[in-house]
Structure formats: C-alpha cells, structure tokens
Design a protein around this ligand. Structure first.
Ligand SMILES: [Zn+2]
Length: 276
C-alpha cells in the first residue's frame, strides 16, 4: 500500500442547484469539482473509514470526504448522478422531520423534465410553512441513493432547532436536545434500519452540554462548521469533532488549491492561523 493520507479534508456542501445563493454550488461547478477529484486520483471516504482513520488506520494517500447538510432535493437531482458517474460516495445529514413521502422524482440524468428547485431562502420558507417536500429529499430518493452507493445518511437532528436560543435554561435545553436526538435516531432506525454515531450540529452550534447530551444519545463523531483538516489521534478518541471546508461556487482549480493546502498538515495549520 502507498503511504497513508497525512490529513483528511472533509468538504461541506449544502445546495447543488441552478438557483443561486450563498451556500449553493452550481451543477456545472460541482461536476467540474468532482471530475477534478476523479482525474487527480482521489478516493472518497465513508463514515466507517473516517472513524477507522481517526483511530489510527491508514487511508489512501489522496483521500477526501464529501458531506452535504440538510438533505435538499437538489442533492438527488444534481449531486447523485455526478457521484454515481464517478463511483463516489458522500455523507448526507438529514433533518429527519423534514423528509417526505412520495415517489422518486426525476434527476439530471433521467432525461425528463426536472422538479423545480428552490433557492435557499425559498427552501427555508417552504420548510417553515409545512411544504418541505418542495425543498427536501423523500425517503424513496434516499433509498435510491443508498442503493446506488452514492450517499450514506446520518443525523442532523430531528428538528434543526437551536435549543440554546429558545430554551428557558440549561436543563430545558438539554432535555429538548435529548428528545430531538432520540426522535432523529428512532426515525433513522425505522426508515433505514440503523442510526449511526455520526451527527452534524445544526448551524454548527455546540457547547459542553450539547456534546454531553449527544454522547449520551449514542453519537461520537460530531461534524462542525469549523475550518480545518482532520488527523488521527489528536483528540480524546471516545468523542471526535470533525472540521470541514466549506466549498464555494468556484471552478475546480479553486477546489484543487484548497485540497493542496489541507492535505498537508503543516501548511494547513499555517494557512488557518493566518486566516484567523
Ligand atoms: Zn443545517
């Protein structure tokens, strides 16, 4: 085996869509970014491999993890077909109360008219007004993506509510978060057969209470919105925070330069120090 990866960059996406927005990458840029990863010889890493890597197991020298937050419909329409074409796999973090019922909709390579895709603001409005189905994946699409091997699905809580902002006190916050996480795990277990120990914090927020409650709920890999790469054994092995790199709506050359930096531990650290 060739030398193991010295660092694992974890990329963070939200929308892949022709409806532009702050946290949206266009389908053209996404396709170019994935083609770059394929041409450069990158391996996409799943949750089990990440856990093993953090525990000291080697990974292919050029490894990267792809993550998608919130479970938007456009992930099925525009990301799934591209990942399938390259044999890539990604993680998607679902807000389990948002996911809907119904048959599989068309995607970009199904050769039929595509479902309308909402920009981020309109997606938020749809979710608030109980029409999340216009913006969010259905269980049938999730099943299709799992079957194709393009996506694994993990928890992003059941409600996406920031309990630290709406609770009366710390006890109230902890109790509501515990229910939220239990509901999410129960839903994933019922719909997918299992709930993993990988959790993505809504809006990247966590505190000591959040970590304790989530650990008690059965989670031990916590995906943050903090920038950085990931290394084996640099934290208490029982619980791990995963740092991520937010992907911009930029060409493949931009992603290539980010990966050049963040697959090199010393350069990545220096870069992040300067940026802060
Ligand atoms: Zn989110």
């Amino acid at each position: 085996m060739t030398r193991s990866a010295k660092a694992l960059p974890v990329l963070m996406y939200h929308h892949i869509s022709t409806s532009p927005g702050m946290i949206t990458v266009s389908p053209d840029h996404f396709a170019a970014q994935m083609a770059h990863l394929a041409n450069a010889g990158y391996t996409t890493i799943g949750s089990m491999q990440l856990a093993a890597y953090l525990g000291g197991e080697p990974l292919p020298k050029k490894s990267v993890m792809l993550t998608f937050d919130d479970g938007y419909l456009d992930n099925w329409v525009h990301a799934h077909p591209v990942l399938e074409a390259h044999g890539f796999t990604a993680l998607c973090f679902l807000v389990t109360s948002w996911v809907g019922e119904g048959c599989v909709r068309t995607h970009a390579r199904s050769g039929a008219a595509l479902p309308p895709l909402l920009n981020h603001r309109d997606a938020e409005i749809a979710i608030e007004s109980a029409t999340a189905d216009h913006a969010i994946l259905r269980w049938s699409e999730i099943d299709a993506m799992r079957e194709a091997g393009t996506f694994e699905f993990h928890s992003h809580t059941h409600s996406h509510v920031r309990w630290d902002q709406v609770s009366a006190d710390a006890d109230d916050k902890c109790a509501k978060l515990a229910y939220d996480l239990a509901d999410s795990r129960a839903t994933l277990k019922a719909r997918l057969g299992a709930a993993s120990d990988h959790l993505c914090w809504p809006q990247g927020y966590y505190d000591a209470d959040y970590r304790r409650v989530a650990t008690q709920a059965g989670f031990r890999h916590f995906y943050t919105c903090e920038a950085g790469s990931n290394y084996p054994g640099d934290e208490d092995n029982a619980v791990r925070s995963i740092t991520r790199l937010e992907v911009r709506d930029r060409p493949a050359s931009w992603l290539a330069s980010r990966l050049w930096v963040h697959t090199r531990p010393r350069i990545s650290w220096a870069y992040l120090k300067i940026k802060r």
